[in-house]
Structures are given as structure tokens and as C-alpha cells.
Write a protein that binds this ligand. Sequence first.
Ligand SMILES: C[S@@+](CC[C@H](N)C(=O)[O-])C[C@H]1O[C@@H](n2cnc3c(N)ncnc32)[C@H](O)[C@@H]1O
Length: 433
Amino acid sequence: MDSPNARKESKPRLLELVNTLQTQIQSVQEYLTETNQRDPSFVGTETPTDYDGIDDTRGAALENLLELQELLMTPREILVAQTPSNLISRHIIVRHDIAQLVPVTSDESNSISYSEEGPSRTYESLAEATGIPVKLLRRIIRHAMTHRIFYEPKPGHVAHTKASRVLAEDAKMRDYLGTMTDEVWQATVRVGDAMDRWPDARGVEETAYWLAHGKTMQESLESSPEMLARYNNAMGAMSNDRSFSIEHVVRGYDWAALGKATVVDIGGGVGTVSKELAKTFPQLDLVVQDRQEVVDQAIASADRMEQIRFMAHDIFEEQPVKDAAVYIIRRVLMEKTDKECVDFLKASVSALKPGAVILIQDPMVPDPGTCPMWQERKFRESDVAAFALVNFYPREQEEWQDIFRQAGSGYEYKGVTMAPNSNTAFVEAIWRG
Ligand SMILES: C[S@@+](CC[C@H](N)C(=O)[O-])C[C@H]1O[C@@H](n2cnc3c(N)ncnc32)[C@H](O)[C@@H]1O
């Protein structure tokens, strides 16, 4: 324990945080100046601020700011800070395409008014366009404004902030929020009921999602091509987020060392990961496998690449692509029971040549204190959401080891490694035959 004298000498925590922040923010500001960027602001929609070259300092500053902000809050304020109503305005904005109705540039429709800050649209004109009574619409949009989505450049006018502009221009981001507010949100409020009903729940049927929607998430997606397309876009929107980032796949394995080789992306969706691998490692031949309806969607999409072949394949059927160097399966086994994981591995055996690698990427929350709180909070939010949706249980080292042991003695289990700065774990095994 510190001696009373040592304690006297150390700076009070609030001041220590402010001093550290002063230095960090100075560096961020210098970076913005060096890269000719405007001051960050919630007024107007100039291109989103790019912090890429200073991301570590920005992350450290966010961590200090979070601590500072929450140290300045009372315990009551902490308890009520997040409320279920936080999502209401986002839900309505996405449902009624409100972001697209607000002009981004000055040359759009004539219901626009121009001010120094840029184009805007009145609540009355938005009410007419959406059919929502103006008083209600104003309440909802003003709620969003407190979350920095839109602002009022002058009374009665709605204009874009950077965040609302992203929503207006990025269909994938709208699909992400649509999936969150139409699908995930409803499930999260049934978690307590699901835990009461199935205390030892396993598998995708004994879930809060099932209680909320009367079917599994997969059944929902299979029943509606629109919902499936929206879900796949939502996954794409999150591919840049640190927690889901494809960067962890691209950098987390020595793909270059494979030379000219075949990589099979099992349950690869519409090929988001394979497209990134294909761009960075042109020597790889990639095969993306998924359910027929997902493959159809991928093939219909405009950005197909020569290097990637799509193939309908059920992960529990015998693997048809023989002799590939790596079989990667990302964010698929997290939804499967242990027995299903074993079945999948057994179904792969006949295709594997000695030395072939099975690479599983699944979410796993880092241990407390090993990453900044602002990141851990995000990771734990997606962890409990995955529990609500598909009954996801992060598997420990020993559980994976046991799964590979049951799948056959030919698998040499290498272990689980966390990708740095992420909630992503790689599980690796090599087929020895
Ligand atoms: C969460 S998404 C992950 C997609 C992709 N791997 C990624 O990381 O972006 C899970 C994917 O697994 C696919 N999937 C689930 N069960 C499957 C099965 N039995 N056979 C084939 N694909 C399956 C789903 O269709 C979906 O595309």
C-alpha cells in the first residue's frame, strides 16, 4: 500500500487525467493540422475526420475521457446513462429513410433552405415527406440530435452532421442500424425470459431471439431475401469496426508465406473477407462457400472478383474442395453447438491433405483490464448480443481442444490466440493425417 506521504505527492486522478489529455489532444490537433483537416465539429458535413494516422493516441484519449466523464458523474447518473429509449430515434430515422430526405449538398430538391452552414430542410417538409405528424417527428429528430445525428442550423430546420450524413450516404450503415433496431433490439429485451425458460440453453433455438421473433435468426433470414440482404450488408458495415475488422484476418495470419495456394472460406457469406484477402494477396485462389441463397446474392453483386469462386455448400456435408492450404471459418462456429463443431470438422477430413490448416475465427472477449474500457464495453455489448441472438458461448482453450480431439486424431490442435486490440480469437489446427 502507498504510504500517506506518497499519496500526498501523487496528483489527484481528475487532474492527472486532464494533464494527460492535454498532451494527447495536442498530438491529435497537430495531426489534423499536418493532414490539412478541418476542426472536428458537429456543425456541417465536411468529409468525416480521418484519424487513421493517430489512432492509438486517439484511443488512449478516448479512454481517459471516458474515465474523466464517468468520474464526474454521480452513481445515479451512471445507473441511468443508457436507457432503452436511446435507440428510438435511430429506429424511426432508418425506418422512414429520414437521413436520405435531408439534403447533403446544395443542389438537391427545392424543399431545401440554404444557410451559411449548408442546406437544411424544415420539420414541416420532412413531416410531409414521411407522413409522420410534425410534432412527433420534431420530438424524435431532436432526440437524435442529442446523439449528434442531425443538428438545427436555425430554429425549425434540420441539417446533417457528419454522422447523419454517413447514414444518408452509406446504405450498409443503414442496414446495420435497421438490423439492430428491427431484429437485435427486440431480442435483447427477452434475455431474462429466455434465461428463466432455458437455464442451460444451448443451440440457436433456446434463445431470446426465438422468444422475440418465434423462429431462429437463421430461419428469419432464410424466410426473407430482403432481410438476408440487409443482414449481409450489416455484416459488411461492421467489417471496418475494430471488433469485427477484417484487418485481423488479413494481418493475423501469414498468408504471403502460402505462396500460390487455395484458401477455402467456409460460411464466407457474400465474400467480404475473401475480397479483402484477394486484394492483398493476389497469388491466392479463394473459394467462398455458403448456403445457396447467400451464394446467389454474392453472385448477383456487382463487385465480383476473378480470383474468387463461390460455391453452395453446407458445412456439415463432406468438404468438396480437396487439397487447399487453409480452410478458414469465420464467425460461423460461434453459432454452433460443440457437437455441430465436431460434425463440421469430421465432414472436412476427407478433403484435407497433410499440413492443411483449419483456421477458426470467433469472437472472444479479452480479459478485463487487458484492453481499454471503451473497447471492452463495446466487446461485451456484442458478446451479450450474440448470446441473445444465437446463444453464443465463447469457447475456452480446453473446449476447443476437446472438440478437435473428438473430431479425430489426425488434427493437431495448435491453440487459441487473441488478435491484438480486438475481441477476435484465432483457433488453429493442422491436419497431420
Ligand atoms: C455471421 S456470418 C459470417 C460470414 C463471414 N464468414 C464473415 O465473417 O463475414 C455466418 C455465415 O455462416 C453461414 N452458415 C451458417 N450455417 C451454415 C451452414 N450449415 N452451411 C453453410 N453456411 C452456413 C451463414 O449463411 C452466414 O453467411
